[in-house]
Design a protein around this ligand. Sequence first.
Ligand SMILES: [Zn+2]
Length: 245
Amino acid sequence: MKKEFVFLIALSLCLITLVFFTTLPGRLRADKAAESSQSTSETTTETTLQTTVATEPEPEADNPWALYVVSEKHPLPDDFKVYPKKIQGDYEMDYRAANYFIDMVNAAAEDGIEIKVVSALRTIEYQKNLLDREIASFKAQGYSDEEAYKKAVEGVALPGASEHNAGLAVDLNSLEESFENSDEFRWLDEHAHEYGFILRYPKDKKDITGIYYEPWHYRFVGVYHAGKIKESGLTLEEYCEQRGV
Ligand SMILES: [Zn+2]
């Protein structure tokens, strides 16, 4: 009887100790929360942001990632990672480029220029549908299967072969060549490189880029490289080749 009593006391002590330690972190968090609820809302936002970014790699705007050539000749590897972040409405880019883009849009707005995203990050599946639609539209115009495919891939990249799949590119304002005559285009032409963006498919460079002139398609390469590319007039392909990237 006595032995059982001692055993019960010992067991109770163990249980009390266990409950104390397992609930300790929760109580500490509660204390912290009570403390921080007295601080400003600005601090709360900062804490949230840091928590989100901590699980992702460090932002490296001017690293080899920013110079990654994505094209039909260089489709994305299967393990290529994109970390989407909203840039405008539901449109997303990789978060390493997103803030540069947002800064650019805000700077343009200050100059009275409205930069509107019409396409940004696209999933591979979406890219596939886009290409299928383009092929169908050429077929509807009377082209053969082969001709329709050839014509379609001139304007729409193969799935995995588009910068949009990498979260590195945006299409802005208008998908018409006449966009080059707009104030928005002129502003971008003058300032995009300051925010790390280049006009990726310039006029008369299809033999190098594989894509016709697209005054609306802007590609993030980082501020340093964008300045150099703008200054040199080279395409991304030529620039990378020169640097041996
Ligand atoms: Zn585009």
